[in-house]
Design a protein around this ligand. Structure first.
Ligand code: URP
Ligand code: ZN
Ligand code: ZN
Ligand code: ZN
Length: 474
């Protein structure tokens, strides 16, 4: 009997802390050995010339989530996790969203049932709390946190999700007591409504109006307010999808005061701008709808600021915020009401498969961030912040054998026809990248190779997490 099920030889192993040549021995789905030479294996993969990275963990994705009347999200669990795997990811974290008036417990159970048996890679589910009733705060949320849903997101905007300041303080208090991780969508609801109505009255109803209705001060103010609430309750929080310099400055200011404010950004804020929402050169006047997401992409100065925040450690996470809608579809970006106002264009971009190549190419290949920082931002910190460490997020004995073999020199051009998601477009059509995932290994099994999916839906598990009050980022 060979000592290992699988050996990966000849590659350069990269973790958040180290880069070194090593062989990896895998047994029973886990990494059993990392050494200059490991013993016999039933199968050997030659990783010569390649980097061996921890599989990508994308802790902010939306899959098969309710999106309003007549609107359908473009990915179910099978298609989203297939696309994630092709893009070098081995774990994603979507959200069980509580519609107002519904039981959070029932919502979580129903969402989990949608995932079970359909995933190509492991998933861990966050909650979205939109209706913090006494029953939710007193019973349902604490019970769910204990049962393994150890993180949840709250929104400071959107008609059907927004919490007021009092409600935010109350859910923060539950999170503090139970040890849960809270993600905050920081944009100011009333300000957006005011600006949106003013834009509509002046006839600026096209997709670019979306950017004008949510300028940077709207995000800056909400980020500051979230920080204030977190300080008052003494709760570490993650401010997600930070788009620009102004919100980032608030976060850096809070971190400088010793507050435990963590931050996430996304490739769209490094590569797109509000100008994209103008849809210039496109035939359809609402072609800019393809780029409508919240917060909106900003400008070149904000992109530069976010890079500096990634370099300085203001950010812990780069996630995709994958939130896919079809473009050419009356149930997607081109729903009939969306033509009457940007307000009705569903928010979100597909990006689960392109996150790693975009950050690698723009970040590592262009010399802006190190390889180790890339691994921290795309895998290790996700595991640490959301209770998956030391099971996932690095390479060493005992970790799940979740690995991505990465060709740092490979040049590719991103194009919809090669992607695996359920959307009918990519915002990065024609974007040239250097660096590409050539093989994804999950639980010791090759699940994607050169864009081909080799696993079956149902291979991936729905993971429960436990609270570790002494853990990293506690
Ligand atoms: O526009 C976006 N980002 N849609 C996804 C939902 C969210 O707020 O993350
Ligand atoms: Zn959000
Ligand atoms: Zn942090
Ligand atoms: Zn999101």
């Amino acid at each position: 009997m060979p000592e290992f099920d699988l050996a990966i030889r000849g590659g350069t192993v990269v973790t958040a802390a180290d880069t070194f040549p090593a062989e990896i021995g895998i047994r029973d789905g886990r990494i059993a050995a990392v050494a200059s030479r490991v013993g016999d294996a039933a199968r050997t993969i030659d990783a010569g010339g390649l980097l061996v990275l921890p599989g990508g963990i994308d802790s902010h994705v939306h899959i098969d989530q309710p999106s309003g009347p007549g609107i359908v999200m473009a990915d179910d669990f099978a298609s989203a996790t297939r696309a994630a795997a092709a893009g070098g990811n081995t774990c994603v974290m979507p959200f069980a969203l509580q519609p107002r008036g519904e039981s959070l417990r029932e919502v979580a159970a129903a969402y989990r049932a949608k995932a079970e048996g359909r995933c190509h890679i492991d998933v861990a589910i966050h909650l979205i709390v939109s209706d913090p009733t006494p029953a939710v705060l007193g019973q349902e949320l604490p019970a769910l946190i204990t049962a393994g849903y150890t993180s949840f997101k709250v929104f400071m905007t959107y008609d059907d999700l927004v919490l007021n300041d009092r409600q935010i303080l109350e859910v923060f208090e539950v999170a503090r007591r139970e040890g849960a991780r809270v993600m905050v969508h920081a944009e100011g609801y009333d300000t957006i409504r005011y600006l949106s109505e003013r834009l509509e009255r002046s006839g600026q109803t096209g997709p670019y109006g979306h950017a004008l209705s949510r300028p940077q001060p709207v995000e800056r103010e909400a980020a500051h307010r979230a920080i204030t609430h977190a300080e008052l309750v003494d709760l570490p929080i993650v401010i997600v999808h930070v788009s620009g310099e102004e919100a980032m400055e608030q976060i850096a200011w809070a971190q400088g005061r010793g507050l435990k404010i963590h931050a996430e950004t996304c490739p769209q804020y490094l590569t797109l701008t509000a100008e994209d929402m103008k849809g210039l050169g496109a035939e359809d006047p609402i072609a800019g709808a393809k780029y409508v997401c919240s917060p909106p992409p900003r400008d070149a100065a904000s992109q530069a600021a976010i890079w500096s925040g990634l370099q300085r450690g203001v950010f812990d996470l780069v996630s995709s915020d994958h939130c896919p809608f079809r473009y050419d579809d009356p149930q997607g970006k081109l729903n009939p009401k969306g033509r009457t106002s940007f307000r009705w264009i569903p928010n979100g971009l597909p990006g689960i498969e392109t996150r790693l190549p975009l950050l690698f190419s723009e970040g590592v290949s262009k010399g802006r961030i190190s390889l180790n920082r890339f691994v921290a931002l795309t895998a290790t910190n996700h595991a640490k912040l959301y209770g998956l460490y030391p099971r996932k997020g690095s390479i060493g004995p005992g970790f799940d054998a979740d690995l991505t073999l990465w060709d740092p020199k490979r040049r590719e051009t991103i194009t919809q026809k090669n992607l695996h998601h359920g959307s009918d477009y990519t915002p990065w059509e024609g974007f040239a990248v250097t660096g590409w995932p050539v093989m994804t290994i999950a639980g010791g099994q090759v699940i994607a190779e050169e864009g081909r999916i080799l696993s079956e839906p149902g291979r991936g598990r729905v993971l429960d997490r436990t609270i570790d009050r002494a853990g990293p980022f506690a």
